[in-house]
Structure formats: structure tokens, C-alpha cells
Design a protein around this ligand. Structure first.
Ligand SMILES: [Fe+2]
Ligand SMILES: [Fe+2]
Length: 184
């Protein structure tokens, strides 16, 4: 029996809600990057969950944690990973520009969330205001999922294939480093 369109769509959306990387087949860097992104997505989901409850205290704590995770991860990629990628894969410049562009979009979408939160706090009817801003609040999650797939496509597999094992393990450890100083 053919699957109804709505069910197919729902299944596709469910699949898109997780970073789909075959961890067994992925090299150590691709797997470490996917794990870091999963951690970021979980922190953002904590924020979204608190948002649905209009629990401002938990909301701000979760959002601060997400911002910190994202900031550290993007800094490592921009300062260390991307320059290294250019050394082992000189044709990567256009792809690295796209990745850098994603980082800027992520930052802009988080700035829009910050502005929307200001409106939400001041709103007489917070629930209705939340409904109006749902797209803005969900946007960073969508961008991050798209970005994760992009990085899993070429950047990390190329590094896994071209770096020696000591360098790979050292970078994988830095990507996985738990943010203990933030209670992570
Ligand atoms: Fe990443
Ligand atoms: Fe990134």
C-alpha cells in the first residue's frame, strides 16, 4: 500500500531532526564534529522547551549554554580547523567560505532570537507573541542542522582522510572537549 504523502513528509521531518552521520563509518574528526553539533542542538532544544513553558529563567540559562558551546566550536573551526583544511585541500576555499557564511547566518539568527526575547518579555500577551515569533525562535536550529550536514559532507571527511592519526586524535579531542567550566 502506498505511503500517504503526509506520513512521508512527517518521516522526512523526523529524520531531519537529528544529525544523520554514520558514526561507525565516519572518521574520528567527522564523528567528533557530529557529536559536538548534537550537544549544541540538545542545548538549543532545552531552550525551545523552556520557551514553550514561558520559563524565562531556564530559557536564558539554556540559551547562554548554547551560545557558549557554539562560540567555542566556531572559534576552533575558524582559527584551527579551516586553515588546516586549506593546507591539505587547497581547492577548499569556496567550500570554506560557505561554511564561514553559515557561521555568520547562525550569529545573525541568534541576534534575532535575542530581539524577539526582548519583545516576549515586554508583551502583555506573551503566549500570542510567542506564536508570532515561532519562526524566528526555530531558525537557529534549522541553520545548524543544515550547517552540520554541510560540514559532514566534505570538510571533516577530507581532514580525516589527509591528516596523520596523531593530529586527527588531538583535534577530535578538542572538538569533543566537555565545557566543564560551564557545567556541561
Ligand atoms: Fe562544526
Ligand atoms: Fe561550523
Amino acid at each position: 500500500m502506498p505511503v500517504p504523502c503526509r506520513s512521508r513528509l512527517a518521516r522526512r521531518r523526523f529524520a531531519a531532526a537529528r544529525i544523520v552521520v554514520n558514526r561507525d563509518a565516519a572518521g574520528p574528526l567527522a564523528a567528533a564534529n557530529a557529536a559536538a553539533h548534537d550537544q549544541q542542538l540538545a542545548a538549543y532544544d532545552d531552550f525551545l522547551e523552556a520557551l514553550t513553558l514561558l520559563d524565562f529563567e531556564t530559557m536564558m540559562r539554556s540559551l547562554d549554554r548554547f551560545r557558549a558551546l557554539l562560540r567555542d566550536h566556531m572559534a576552533l573551526e575558524e582559527d584551527v580547523i579551516m586553515p588546516l583544511c586549506l593546507e591539505v585541500w587547497p581547492e577548499a576555499r569556496a567550500e570554506l567560505e560557505r561554511i564561514d557564511g553559515d557561521h555568520r547566518i547562525l550569529q545573525r539568527s541568534l541576534a534575532a532570537v535575542h530581539d524577539a526575547l526582548g519583545e516576549l518579555r515586554a508583551a502583555a500577551d506573551a503566549r500570542r507573541t510567542l506564536v508570532r515569533w515561532l519562526g524566528v525562535f526555530h531558525r537557529p536550529r534549522e541553520v545548524l542542522e543544515h550547517h552540520s550536514l554541510r560540514e559532514s559532507g566534505q570538510l571533516y571527511p577530507r581532514l580525516d582522510a589527509n591528516l596523520d592519526s596523531d593530529r586527527r586524535e588531538e583535534l577530535a579531542m578538542r572538538l569533543r572537549e566537555p565545557p566543564v567550566h560551564r557545567g556541561g
